[in-house]
Design a protein around this ligand. Structure first.
Ligand SMILES: [Zn+2]
Ligand SMILES: [Zn+2]
Length: 321
């Protein structure tokens, strides 16, 4: 800026006497000088497949106009301190030079283009970094699992390349490893399933090994487990939409899985006993471990025979089917 100032006495344009700027008086200088460099056109590229757009070099989603405004502001160059406003396609820049207001207004053309964004072109190419395997899930929980996967994938701005029904479950092919991992951990948390993670080398890229992860979640098996609800011992005999529980007193209970949150899970080991005699509601049995005999309640689903499994809990013996 200092180089612009010199001490010539007369304006070369109008001849006015006084301080000059590049040979011009202040008025002539303000008329001629371009203080702002404002782009006349910007290009916005929209993804053909999703709502992503690219302004400059960056693909983004969400606030198109805010991003356009910010980009335009970053493109403007000026020799003086200034402020800028973007209204629709119009840019107004204001600054000050030698105590005088300097203003420029300009229309910016926004050129639209279409292309696939990098994520969508990867997806269309079948790219995936991780496989999420859901195994043993019942229909009711599949919708919930699907919602979790979609949400986690969106969070990471990734995609599901493929969703495939396979024997015993569903496989999700996911574009981003981290998204798959987050989904897997949440599903494990929500369903109480068991998560195993494995990784396999699929090749090299830019001199680095590329691994693909598999997150496999096996839903918990309920049948055969023992629980205590309100101080009473139950054995889960079948699981469907509702679980069927058989109490030690022979009473049956039907509960939703959610209700098992208040249950105490027990690890009871089953062992074999010999059936000595069968009555209407009871069995006379002999524990194969110490040959002690007991009279126990006959399990509802017991199909008969010489052997039966028993468990011991708090000093009492119970027969299970
Ligand atoms: Zn002049
Ligand atoms: Zn896209």
């Amino acid at each position: 800026m200092l180089s612009l100032l010199c001490s010539k006495m007369f304006c070369v344009e109008c001849g006015k006497k006084g301080k000059t700027y590049s040979g011009l008086c202040l008025d002539c200088y303000l008329k001629k000088k371009k203080f702002f460099v404002i782009p006349s056109e910007i290009v916005v590229t929209f993804c053909r497949n999703c709502d992503a757009y690219r302004i400059g070099n960056e693909w983004k989603k969400g606030m198109l106009w805010k991003d356009i405004e910010e980009y335009i502001k970053n493109q403007i160059k000026a020799d003086i301190e200034y402020e800028c406003k973007v209204e629709d396609n119009k840019v107004i820049c204001r600054g000050e030079f030698e105590g005088r207001e300097v203003m420029e207004e300009k229309e910016i053309k926004i050129k639209e283009k279409q292309k696939l964004c990098p994520q969508c072109s990867l997806m269309k190419g079948g790219y995936f970094e991780a496989v999420l395997q859901i195994r043993g899930a019942e229909k009711e929980s599949l919708a919930e699992i699907d919602e979790i996967v979609k949400r986690r994938v969106k969070e990471k701005q990734s995609f599901i390349s493929k969703k495939e029904k396979v024997r015993g479950g569903i496989d999700y092919y996911i574009g981003n490893k981290k998204a798959a991992e987050k989904a897997a951990k949440e599903i494990k948390e929500v369903t109480g399933g068991e998560l195993t993670i494995s990784s396999s080398l699929v090749g090299m890229k830019d001199g680095k090994r590329v691994y693909r992860n598999t997150y496999s979640i096996r839903m918990p098996e309920y049948a055969g487990k023992f629980v205590k609800i309100d101080g009473k011992l139950y054995r889960i005999v079948s699981s469907g939409k509702k679980l069927e529980l058989e109490g030690v007193d022979g009473k049956t209970l039907h509960v939703y899985k959610d209700e098992l949150k208040r249950a105490v899970w027990l690890e009871l080991e089953e062992r074999e006993a010999t059936v000595l005699h069968e009555d209407k509601d009871t069995l006379h049995i002999m524990d194969s471990r110490d040959f002690k005999t007991y009279v126990v309640r006959k399990p509802k689903k017991w199909k008969g025979g010489k052997k039966i499994n028993i468990v011991e809990h708090e000093g009492k013996i119970y027969a299970v089917e």
